[in-house]
Design a protein around this ligand. Structure first.
Ligand code: CA
Ligand code: CA
Ligand code: CA
Length: 318
């Protein structure tokens, strides 16, 4: 037991020589990992960690150089004979800390006495995050979307807007001369109305639908419930694409919306619609028509009437 303790003590005091193992940097990373977010009002510290494959007792130095070339000695807390992990800490990093850091290790023995490895550290401000960007916030337009990038950010106008993202203008989707690839999809029988950021479509009068699809309304259909015809009850409605027409029925005059009975018996007003009663008949006006009745002493249907007297024989002889 005493001998074992002595051997352990000797092992700590005189670490075994590493023979035939070349010096190697097995990893060089940051904690936290790059990219590191720089939040205004918060001090973000970054530790650069350089892992070598040999214990510190086999090394003469491990340095880390900054992007500007300044070199500093890294320190280790790893106990030999474990391979040594060397570190430096960057306090309160900012985007200016972005760049390539190089870890260089030098060994006291071995066929590879010196080796190095480079690490790209990125420190980024999220200009799109209004809760952390502080005085570095984006300048995107209200109607644009901000996208953070490492070292910068981009602005893109929202759908319905044109522009470079810093300035955005509403697209008039209804103006075919300017809408380009953003024109409206309203139906041919609809009216487009531009709105800020979008547009609306409404079917024209005489059509029903959502504006993207529109169908003719049959105003004459007895089952019509809205936008139905206004023809007079004595008129005939005829559906047309997008509208309808009203025509007064036979025996009536007017524009179809209002129709008046024609008095076919009144020769002063009947015009081209006068009765065809026989001379020896009496005309009686009716709604939409008229009747003819042969006068007393005559028989017939009123259109033709014959006298009911005995034939008179006239002698032509003198
Ligand atoms: Ca950024
Ligand atoms: Ca618009
Ligand atoms: Ca009449």
């Amino acid at each position: 037991m005493a001998m074992f303790a002595i051997l352990v003590l000797m092992g700590l005091m005189f670490p075994p020589e590493v023979h035939g193992v070349d010096l190697e940097i097995t990893s060089f990373v940051s904690n936290p990992e790059s990219p590191v977010k720089d939040k205004e009002g918060t001090a973000e510290n970054v530790t650069l960690q350089c892992q070598v494959n040999l214990p510190s007792t086999n090394l003469t130095s491990v340095t880390i150089s900054y992007p500007n070339g300044v070199m500093t000695n890294a320190t280790t807390t790893t106990t030999p004979p474990s391979p040594a992990l060397y570190e430096i800490t960057l306090s309160d990093v900012h985007p200016s800390n972005t760049g390539n850091y190089t870890c260089t290790a030098s060994a006291s023995t071995g066929s590879v006495p010196t080796t190095s490895q480079t690490y790209q550290l990125n420190v980024d401000i999220d200009e799109c995050d209004s809760s952390t960007c502080g005085s570095n916030c984006d300048t995107c337009h209200t109607d644009a979307n901000c996208t953070n990038t490492i070292g910068s950010y981009t602005c893109a106008c929202n759908a319905g807007y044109n522009g470079d993202g810093v300035t955005c203008q509403d697209i008039d989707e209804c103006d075919s001369s300017t809408c380009g690839s953003n024109c409206d999809t309203c139906h041919t029988d609809a009216t487009c109305t531009n709105t800020i950021g979008s547009y609306t479509c409404a079917c024209n009068a005489g059509y029903s639908g959502n504006g993207i699809t529109c169908q003719d309304i049959n105003e004459c259909d007895p089952s019509c419930s809205t936008n139905c015809d206004t023809c007079d009850t004595d008129a005939t409605c005829t559906n047309t694409i997008g509208s309808y027409t009203c025509a007064c029925n036979a025996g009536y005059s007017g524009n179809g919306v209002t129709c008046q009975d024609i008095d076919e018996c009144d020769s002063s007003t009947c015009g081209s619609n006068c009765d065809t009663c026989h001379t020896d008949a009496t005309c009686t006006n009716t709604m939409g028509s008229y009747t003819c009745a042969c006068n007393a002493g005559y028989s017939g249907n009123g259109v033709t009437c014959q006298g009911n007297h005995n034939p008179i024989t006239v002698s032509l002889n003198s």
